[in-house]
Ligand binder design. Structure first.
Ligand SMILES: Cc1ncc(C[n+]2csc(CCOP(=O)(O)OP(=O)(O)O)c2C)c(N)n1
Length: 375
């Protein structure tokens, strides 16, 4: 499916706003809308998928035009509250089209975090009373036109409609990827952080390639990864998982490693941590100003997160932009007693041959809990 053709159909449904959080299953679509600024559409990468529904609601209220909200199916959970409590026809009745990338489709091999969500995606839409169609690389343009006609009828009745796209539905159009100007390779930064760990330290890593890099680097440095809890799903919640551990185990230092996209997704946690200030928690943000793990769409905003942490009340904060700073600052900052925030500005690169955990999620959980309980 050509994204340009899909966009043409949105225009025919009187849409001029597209908003959402990027997804690898929608990579062709995401890269296209990012690279081809199209004056007939406003495009906003939102903080999270629920926020995108908010933008769609406001957009409709102010223009009478429905918006298109795109997401990975794991983000459907984030939309449930504003859809059920606001957009549903029993409340305000706000029309919108959801474009959902379908990871974990039953019968297809995928990562553990996608398995259950993949199974419940269509049933969830049914429970939400949102009619849908599934599209794939085999869907023809004529079929899409028919689907859009059905969608249009629902939108005209102030209801939502969903188009669920299997991975690879949208043709990828070559190198449309966003780059930034930073030089530190994310995996090198992770290696440097892990090298600074003391015996008994705990790592909580975020969703996406960061956890895969932590996993590989930890295996290389320590011959295992039992010190690490990988937040493989639940994007944006790693820092609260780290807090849950740190507050319960003041005897252990907890290092949370997350990305800027994840931090932004549930940024209220930054304010919470600035108030709680556990002395044994180090919060590190690897900021590439993008959602690199799912194709590299720029994030909705690229602030200096260390400044936000400072304002929120963190005790110590650092920004790292060079390899020299990385090697010098990491060992010093890790040893501070107090609530620490480190922002490392990183490049967009990741290894093509980056592996994935070979153990099951439950095996990793058991191993991690044993490690945590053991000392
Ligand atoms: C709720 C939710 N929405 C979307 C995704 C898809 N997803 C996985 S990783 C990722 C990007 C993470 O970006 P960031 O935290 O900045 O880390 P980076 O990959 O750039 O290092 C996204 C959007 C997801 N897993 N969960």
């Amino acid at each position: 499916m050509e994204t340009a053709f899909f966009l043409e159909q949105l225009r025919k449904l009187n849409m001029d706003t597209i908003t959402g959080v990027p997804d690898s299953a929608l990579k062709g679509f995401c890269n296209h809308i990012n690279a081809h600024a199209d004056s007939s559409f406003r495009h906003f990468v939102s903080a999270n998928e629920g926020a995108a529904v908010g933008i769609a609601i406001g957009s409709y209220l102010s223009s009478g035009k429905p918006a298109c909200v795109y997401m990975q199916n794991s983000g459907l959970g984030n939309t449930v509250n504003p859809i059920t409590s606001l957009a549903n026809e029993k409340v305000y009745g706000i029309p919108m089209l959801l474009l959902i990338g379908w990871r974990g489709q039953p019968g297809k091999k995928d990562e553990p975090q996608h398995k259950f969500m993949g199974t419940v995606t269509l049933p969830m839409l049914e429970v939400l009373d949102i009619p849908y169609d599934v599209i794939s690389p085999d869907t023809t343009e004529t079929e899409l036109v028919e689907i859009m006609a059905k969608a249009g009828k629902e939108l005209d009745c102030n209801r939502q409609y969903a188009i669920v796209a299997v991975p690879g539905t949208f043709r990828e159009e070559g190198a449309l990827e966003y780059r930034n100007s930073h030089s530190i390779i994310r995996e090198d930064a992770i290696k440097e952080i892990l090298k600074g760990l003391n015996k008994n330290d705990i790592v909580v890593s975020t969703t996406g390639k960061i956890s895969r890099e932590v996993y590989e680097q930890s295996n290389q440095l320590f011959g295992g990864h039992s010190e690490c809890f990988m937040t493989v799903g639940g994007m944006g919640h790693a820092s609260m998982i780290a807090f849950g551990i740190a507050s319960n185990r003041p005897d252990r230092r907890v290092i949370c490693i997350e990305g800027d996209g994840a931090l932004m997704m549930h940024m209220g946690s930054l304010a919470f941590l600035g108030k709680q200030k556990p002395e044994n928690l180090v919060h590190i943000c690897l900021n590439n100003e993008a959602h690199e793990s799912v194709g590299g769409m720029p994030a909705g905003a690229a602030p200096d997160y260390w400044r936000a942490a400072k304002e929120m009340g963190y005790d110590f904060y650092e920004e790292i932009k060079s390899h020299e700073e990385l090697e010098k600052v990491i060992p010093q900052i890790l040893d501070k007693k107090g609530m620490v925030f480190v922002e490392i500005k990183v490049a967009m690169d990741s290894r093509k041959d980056l592996g994935r955990p070979v153990e099951t999620a439950q095996e990793n959980k058991k191993e991690f809990m044993k490690y945590l309980a053991g000392n």
